[in-house]
Design a protein around this ligand. Structure first.
Ligand code: ZN
Ligand code: MN
Length: 479
């Protein structure tokens, strides 16, 4: 049996973070009552004229610059004609011949190393309305109609569901860093069409491709790819042919099903949109946008290693979500030199644990970078011990405030007064003569038990390092 190669390409629609729609002034607030954010333009009334949203153009160009694309100084809009109840004017305004961005790519990190997935182009278009299907009827919600979408079209450079996931995750991270979209998958901010084909090893031309449309969860895309690859491989290895078609992923059935035979570009009868002038981008303006670009995730990881002296692993975890990296940097800067790794430890263990337990993001809790920085500084200067700091953290999470004030108000400062602690050490030794005996008999672990007893007697407030020293001294003196 011959071996087969799998080829995958993705077309990803990303909703841009603008206040208003692509060609009219209607609001884009999510969750509004159906058909309340509408006007003659986005309802497709004859004679209503579109006006281009400049912010949507800027956000698309910023995305292109972040992804290393070339920017077309001259770009145009086209009509993509089709009949469907979700687009009442019977065409979608899109970009066909001169999109805003061309080329570029996304670097993915796979176990076998880094690889660049090329982007063919990025174009700007409007979304269609949303059709909701009910038991006995369907309803069209035009609130979504006219939402600015940028479509990022990859080259067919991917060869497995894992690579497709790595691509989508890296892409999403860059777009979040760029601040161009919320990338909220549940709200349909990022939807992908995938193209899949298989061909025998050694064959140059790609096999017949099948497109699976409009998937908005990464999990769904992964499952659909796995299913579709297996379906195609089973067909060709039996000597069957793959029909060029569009299929739909049915999550409940766990399979793809035929939707329609694939139309070609000429079926859409693209022609230049006569109601919009071409977009001319001033070179100085693009240069200005380029100069203001945020840092890419990879560059940020490198900088964080150098600036805060944290390991690459830490930088990877922290920079995974921009808001975590922002929070860490604010706290680490406040703590100052030498404490970067300590702040990172607190964030990656205690803070992230509390976040995952509460199912929240750092933006959704009351803890501030200033409070974390103060907490770390209090432990570092031995005003409080680690266990006390750990106990304070959930409270800072839930209701905010500063740890220094809490420590003062509750008298939580650790006891580092030698004479006070010596008394407690003696008390512990007197109460546990067996442990002292064990220690002298060579069981060094008994010292740890005695330290624990002293901590208990101090109600957790003793300086554990100091207690350790005092216990060791006392035992040595008694020997
Ligand atoms: Zn409108
Ligand atoms: Mn599209």
């Amino acid at each position: 049996m011959s071996r087969y190669l799998v080829t995958i390409g993705l077309e990803t629609h990303v909703q841009l973070k603008t206040a208003t729609k692509m060609f009219c002034g209607c609001s884009l607030r999510f969750g509004a009552e159906p058909n309340t954010n509408v006007c003659p333009v986005c309802l497709g009334y004859p004679g209503a004229l579109p006006v281009m949203n400049r912010e949507a153009v800027r956000l698309t160009v910023v995305s292109g610059l972040m992804l290393g694309c070339g920017i077309n100084r001259h770009s145009t809009f086209d009509r993509k004609n089709y009949f469907y109840p979700d687009m009442s004017k019977d065409y979608q305004i899109s970009q066909n011949t001169h999109p805003l961005c061309v080329g570029g790519g996304v670097t993915i990190r796979m176990p076998e190393g880094e690889r660049r997935v090329r982007i063919n182009h990025i174009h700007l278009e409007e979304d269609a309305a949303k059709i909701n299907h009910y038991a006995r009827h369907s309803g069209v919600d035009f609130n979504r109609c006219g939402t600015p979408l940028m479509e990022i079209v990859s080259e067919p450079d991917l060869s497995s569901p894992d690579e497709a996931m790595a691509y989508l995750q890296a892409l999403k991270q860059i777009l979040l860093y760029a601040g161009v979209s919320e990338c909220n998958l549940e709200e349909g901010n990022m939807r992908s069409d995938v193209n899949i084909s298989v061909r025998p090893e050694g064959q140059e031309t790609l096999g017949t491709k099948v497109e699976i449309k409009n998937m908005n969860t990464f999990k769904g895309i992964y499952a659909a790819l796995e299913y579709e690859i297996a379906r195609q491989l089973a067909a060709v290895s039996r000597g069957g042919v793959i029909v060029q078609e569009t299929r739909r992923w049915e999550p409940d059935l766990g399979e793809t099903q035929p939707m329609r035979s694939k139309e070609n570009a000429h079926d859409y009868r693209y022609f230049p949109e006569p109601d919009l002038v071409p977009v001319s981008l001033d070179e100085a303006l693009v240069a200005e946008w380029r100069a203001a670009l945020p840092e890419l995730p990879a560059a940020r990881r490198e900088r964080m290693v150098a600036e805060y002296g944290i390991p690459e692993y830490d930088a990877g975890v922290l920079a995974d979500a921009k808001e975590n990296a922002d929070f860490f940097e604010a706290a680490a800067r406040q703590c100052g030199k030498g404490l970067g790794k300590t702040v990172s430890n607190w964030f990656m263990t205690e803070v992230m644990r509390l976040l995952s337990e509460g199912g929240r993001t750092i933006a959704e809790c009351a803890l501030t970078p200033e409070a974390l920085a103060e907490l770390v500084a209090l432990v570092d200067s031995r005003v409080i011990n680690g266990p006390t700091a750990k106990e304070l953290l959930p409270e800072l999470f839930a209701s905010g405030g500063m740890p220094g004030a809490l420590v003062k108000a509750r008298g939580l400062g650790q006891v580092s007064d030698v004479s006070a602690l010596e008394g407690l050490v003696e008390q512990a030794l007197a109460a546990n003569p067996k442990s002292a005996e064990d220690y002298r008999a060579g069981k060094k672990a008994a010292a740890g038990f005695l330290v624990g007893q002293v901590m208990k007697l101090s109600k957790g407030k003793a300086d554990p390092q100091l207690v350790g020293r005092l216990v060791a001294e006392k035992l040595a003196g008694q020997a």
